[in-house]
Design a protein around this ligand. Structure first.
Ligand code: ATP
Length: 240
C-alpha cells in the first residue's frame, strides 16, 4: 500500500556546475526493503545518495520521506529524521579510535542508549570490539567498511544509504559484509538503498533494483527478475 512507501523520489536533477549528473531520476523505496541501484563507474550513483542525504542540493525534483519533501534540507536534519549515508571509500575518521568513530555516529542523539548501541554494533562486528581503542586509520579496508556501517547504525536510522560497500574488498569479505547487511535488514528492520557496481552481490541481497546509466534510471524490477534479464546479464553480470 501507499503507506509502505518510505522514500518517493521524483524527477530528480543534480548538477556539478554545468555537468548534469542526475538526469530526472524517479524511484520508490518501501519499508523494510533493500533496494539496489546498479550502474557502472560514473553513472551517478554516488551523486544520487549525496542528493538524498543533503550533501548536495538538487536543481529539480522531489524527495518525499514519509510524505515530507526533504530535498535541499541540511544533512544533519536528514540524519535526525532517520536517513543515514554510509559513504564509499572508507570515509572514517582515521585519527580517532574505533570507539570514538562510533560515538561520532551518534552525534544527533542525546539519549542514554549510546553505550548499548555500541555493544549492539560490536555484536554485529566483533572485530571492532577487539580494535575499539585502535585508531581507525590503522584498520584494514574491510574493517574500515565495517566501522563505516557501524557508525551509520549509531544514528539509529530507519533508512541507510550504502555506497558501494563491496569496493576494494576480497570476495570473502564481500560475502561477510553482505551477510551482515542482510541481517541488519531482517533483524533490525533497516530499510536500505544500496548502490553497487557489483551487480551479483547486490541483486542477491536486494528485494528490488534499478539500473542507472548516465544519470538516468533506465530499468527496474524485482531483483530476481533483473538477475534473469538478458541485458542485465550481459552488461552487469558478465554472462554471455
Ligand atoms: P562511482 O562508481 O565513481 O561512485 P557513480 O555512479 O557514483 O560512480 P558519480 O560519482 O555520482 O557516479 O558521478 C556522476 C557523474 O558526475 C560523473 O560523470 C562524474 O564524472 C561527475 N562528477 C562526480 N563528482 C563530480 C565533481 N565533484 N565535480 C564534477 N563532476 C563530478
Amino acid at each position: 500500500s501507499k503507506d509502505d512507501v518510505v522514500l518517493r523520489i521524483s524527477n530528480l536533477e543534480s548538477f556539478y556546475g554545468p555537468i548534469m549528473a542526475i538526469r530526472g531520476a524517479s524511484l520508490i523505496i518501501r519499508r523494510g526493503q533493500i533496494v539496489t541501484v546498479l550502474g557502472a563507474n560514473g553513472a551517478g550513483k554516488t551523486t544520487l545518495l549525496k542528493t538524498i542525504s543533503g550533501v548536495m542540493d538538487p536543481e529539480k525534483g522531489e524527495i518525499l520521506y514519509h510524505d515530507k519533501d526533504i530535498a535541499g534540507s541540511e544533512p544533519d536534519r536528514i540524519v535526525r529524521q532517520g536517513i543515514v549515508h554510509v559513504p564509499e571509500g572508507r570515509e572514517v575518521f582515521p585519527l580517532l579510535t574505533v570507539e570514538e568513530n562510533l560515538r561520532m555516529g551518534a552525534f544527533t542523539r542525546s539519549d542514554g542508549g549510546i553505550g548499548d548501541d555500541i555493544e549492539m554494533v560490536f555484536g554485529y562486528f566483533p572485530i571492532l570490539r577487539e580494535r575499539r581503542r585502535q585508531s581507525a586509520g590503522t584498520l584494514s579496508g574491510g574493517q574500515q567498511q565495517m566501522l563505516a556501517i557501524g557508525r551509520g547504525l549509531m544514528a539509529r536510522p530507519e533508512v541507510m544509504l550504502l555506497d558501494e560497500p563491496s569496493l576494494g574488498l576480497s570476495p570473502l569479505l564481500v560475502k561477510e559484509i553482505f551477510a551482515i547487511i542482510r541481517r541488519l535488514n531482517v533483524e533490525r528492520g533497516v530499510t536500505m538503498l544500496l548502490v553497487e557496481q557489483n551487480a551479483k552481490v547486490a541483486l542477491d541481497v536486494a528485494h528490488y533494483g534499478y539500473v542507472m546509466e548516465l544519470g538516468r534510471l533506465v530499468m527496474d524490477g524485482p531483483a530476481a527478475d533483473l538477475a534473469q534479464s538478458k541485458d542485465v546479464q550481459e552488461f552487469y553480470l558478465g554472462v554471455r
